[in-house]
Design a protein around this ligand. Structure first.
Ligand code: FES
Length: 186
């Protein structure tokens, strides 16, 4: 019992003798105090560098509304009724260093007159790009044999849901599409 009490006293004395925080008055005259300040400052800086990116990401995610601009992809008359074609265009929000990843695409189908459907090119199973087989009137996924009908519904294979669609509108004779991030099953 006495020993334990003595140990605690020794620990308290030891902490008093070597406090963790530097004594500001002695920083310029004591190497030990200066090194303590330097060590604490560097630890704080490293902590800040580790935490800051996550904090900025979280704040950006929570408070900055994401933009989904309408993108012009061609005049209405340039698409034939009943045809599904692969349309490529640039992401207007892309940054200069994004290179080829700024190129986006969609499978666009002109149903009739001004009715268009824009399908995401990615399979809803694990995201492989699907291709349109005009002869069979089907979308085929090369990865695991997923098959979709021309309206995007699943015809066969592992895809858990129909192809994703993007909003489409006609404005001033132009077909416009609104691209949004999509999630696959994986
Ligand atoms: S990714 Fe298309 S079927 Fe698996």
């Amino acid at each position: 019992m006495t020993n334990s009490s003595d140990d605690r006293k020794d620990l308290a004395v030891s902490q008093d003798a070597h406090p963790i925080l530097p004594d500001c008055k002695k920083i310029l005259v004591s190497r030990e105090e200066f090194l303590k300040l330097l060590g604490l400052s560097l630890s704080g800086l490293m902590g800040l560098l580790i935490v800051a990116p996550s904090a900025v990401f979280m704040l950006n995610y929570l408070f900055v509304p994401s933009r989904h601009p309408w993108i012009k992809i061609g005049s209405v008359d340039s698409f034939k009724e009943g045809e599904t074609i692969d349309v490529h265009f640039d992401d207007p929000d892309a940054l200069s260093w994004e290179g080829v990843t700024r190129r986006l695409s969609t499978w666009l189908r002109r149903e009739k007159n001004n009715v268009f459907t824009a399908f995401a090119i990615n399979c809803t199973h694990l995201g492989c790009p699907v291709r349109w087989e005009a002869g069979a009137d089907l979308f085929l996924c090369p990865c695991h044999g997923g098959v979709y009908y021309s309206n995007g519904d699943v015809a066969a294979g592992p895809p858990p849901m129909p192809l994703h669609r993007y909003p489409v509108r006609i404005a001033n004779g132009q077909v416009e599409i609104q691209m949004r991030p999509i999630l696959t099953e994986g």
